[in-house]
Design a protein around this ligand. Sequence first.
Ligand code: PDD
Length: 275
Amino acid sequence: MYFFKNEFIPAHDVHISPNDRGYYFGDGIYEVFRVYHGELYECDAHMDRLERTALEVKLTLPYSREQFVNILRELISRNSLTEGTVYLQITRGEASRAHPFPQTAEPVTLAYCNEVPRPLATIQHGIRAVTQPDIRWLRCDLKTLNLLPNVLAKQAALDRGVQEVILHREGIVTECSASNLMIVSQGELLTHPANNLILHGITRLVVLRIARSLSIPVREEAFTTDALLQADEAFITGTTMEITPVVEIDGRPIAGGTPGPIARQLQAEFERTFT
Ligand code: PDD
């Protein structure tokens, strides 16, 4: 069952209009939630981010927070979802193609869920990555549908035989195609500050909270690709990838090519937040 335009309907009954501004302008916003044991993980934080993005792109949300959460819970229940993800998207509505905001269009809401197991193999063994210039716009903090640069970056990594791409702006590391990046250097945890150049990841927030609770020194400060390549550990954080170690970057092993002890410690504590 999907939720589309105010009702729960089977996936094959969802018909997206060619006039949907999400379709031709990418004029819409979204969230991806994790579901553990049938519950939305960090629901409030995701709703905060959705509301902030909506405000920044001047999109009036069609439901209150409470109504959205009820819709998503109903979706989970109707699909008997226990472990997976929920995708929620709101576009600015349907109108013939013209750049100005349409006067009368109603925002269109789409939500669906997928059974997705936790990526235990990559959590355990890590992934390999390559670095690449970050060619995105200057509002990467907004979770909008405009994801072509992210798609191109991810595909470039896959084409080079690795799983992820680490983006940088003139040598300053920002984040990955669909996750944030953290490194450990001389016992400190470093990650790009939550400004306009990265998505303010929910998993990033949770991991920083855990690190502070474990008295691991945390610095939300930009670092260079050189620092990245010399890091003692590197890992990505995200709703779907959780905390996944990066064990090789641009063909060079990180932390001796195996997940490091801080990543392991954070993974163990992270698991405790939903089990
Ligand atoms: N991506 N950075 C980017 C560019 C992202 O797209 C995401 C999430 C993150 C991590 O944020 P969070 O911890 O809140 O998932 C960082 C989602 C999962 C996606 O687009 O599929």
